[in-house]
Design a protein around this ligand. Structure first.
Ligand code: ADP
Ligand code: MG
Length: 219
C-alpha cells in the first residue's frame, strides 16, 4: 500500500524530559489531518519530527514508504513543505525570501515563478499591500506567517505541515489561509495542520489530539 507518512513507535525526548511517547500514526496520501491539544503537549514536536528537524530517539518515520533518514535532506525539503510555528524570515526582500528554495541545488531545474506570479500569491493571501522589494524583516508577524506559507507552496510539496499557521492572523486572513489549505488538499496535497482555533472544515478527514506526548485519535 502506498503511504503518505507513517510513524511507527516513535519516541523523542527533549532535554528536560518532555517529548513524544511511542507514537503510531498513518497518514494516507490526500488526507487532511487536524492536530489539536493543550499547549506544551507535543504538537510542534510531532511536526518537527515529520519535517526531520529532529530525529526520533527510537522508532521510524516513513514518507512515501522510505524512512526520512534515507532521503537526501534537500529532496525532503522539497517534497515536504513546513510552515513553522514561528515564521522564519531571512535577511533580504520579500522576493528574496519567496525565491529562497529555488537557490538550492536540488531545485535548480525548477522554473522560478516570475514577479507577476509572486504578486498573485501575495494578493491571494490578502497581502496586496506588500511589495516584492520590501524588507521581509519589516513585516508584521501575521504577514511573515503568510510569506512563509507562500514560500512553502511554490515548489508544490506532496505533504504540507502547518504549525498554527493562523495564530497571528485576524479572522478574515485566517479564513483565507484555511480555505486555501482546503483547496490545496482538494487538489491532492496531503495536509497536517496544528490549530488552536475552532476550525473544522468539511474537508478534514481526521482530527488528532496530542496529550502529554501521546497522540490520540479523536472521534
Ligand atoms: P506544543 O506545540 O504542543 O505546544 P511542543 O511540542 O512545542 O508543544 O513542546 C512539547 C514539550 O517539549 C513542552 O513541554 C516543551 O517545553 C518541551 N520542549 C519543546 N521544545 C523544547 C526544546 N527545544 N528544549 C527542551 N524542551 C522543549
Ligand atoms: Mg507548538
Amino acid at each position: 500500500m502506498e503511504t503518505g507518512m507513517e510513524f511507527v513507535n516513535v519516541s523523542y525526548t527533549w532535554p528536560g524530559g518532555k517529548g513524544l511517547h511511542a507514537v503510531n500514526l498513518a497518514v494516507a496520501p490526500g488526507d487532511f489531518v487536524m492536530i489539536a491539544g493543550p499547549s506544551g503537549s507535543g504538537k510542534s514536536t510531532l511536526l518537527r519530527l515529520a519535517a526531520r528537524l529532529e530525529e526520533p530517539e527510537s522508532g521510524v518515520i516513513r514518507f512515501q514508504g522510505t524512512p526520512l533518514a534515507e532521503y537526501a535532506p534537500p529532496l525532503l525539503r522539497r517534497r515536504i513543505g513546513f510552515v513553522q510555528q514561528t515564521p522564519v524570515v531571512a535577511e533580504g526582500s520579500v522576493r528574496d525570501n519567496l525565491l529562497l528554495p529555488f537557490g538550492f541545488a536540488v531545485n535548480r531545474g525548477e522554473a522560478k515563478p516570475d514577479d507577476e506570479a509572486l504578486r498573485g500569491w501575495l494578493e491571494r493571501l490578502a497581502l496586496a499591500g506588500v511589495r516584492l522589494e520590501d524588507d521581509a524583516r519589516a513585516l508584521s508577524v501575521g504577514q511573515r506567517q503568510r510569506l512563509c506559507i507562500i514560500r512553502s507552496l511554490l515548489l508544490r510539496p506532496a505533504l504540507l505541515l502547518m504549525d498554527e499557521p493562523t495564530s497571528a492572523l485576524d479572522r478574515e486572513s485566517r479564513g483565507i489561509v484555511e480555505r486555501m489549505a482546503e483547496e490545496l488538499n482538494a487538489a491532492g496535497m496531503t495536509v497536517l495542520m496544528v490549530s488552536h482555533s475552532e476550525y473544522c472544515p468539511v474537508a478534514v478527514h481526521r482530527c488528532l489530539t496530542v496529550r502529554d506526548g501521546r497522540v490520540e485519535e479523536a472521534a
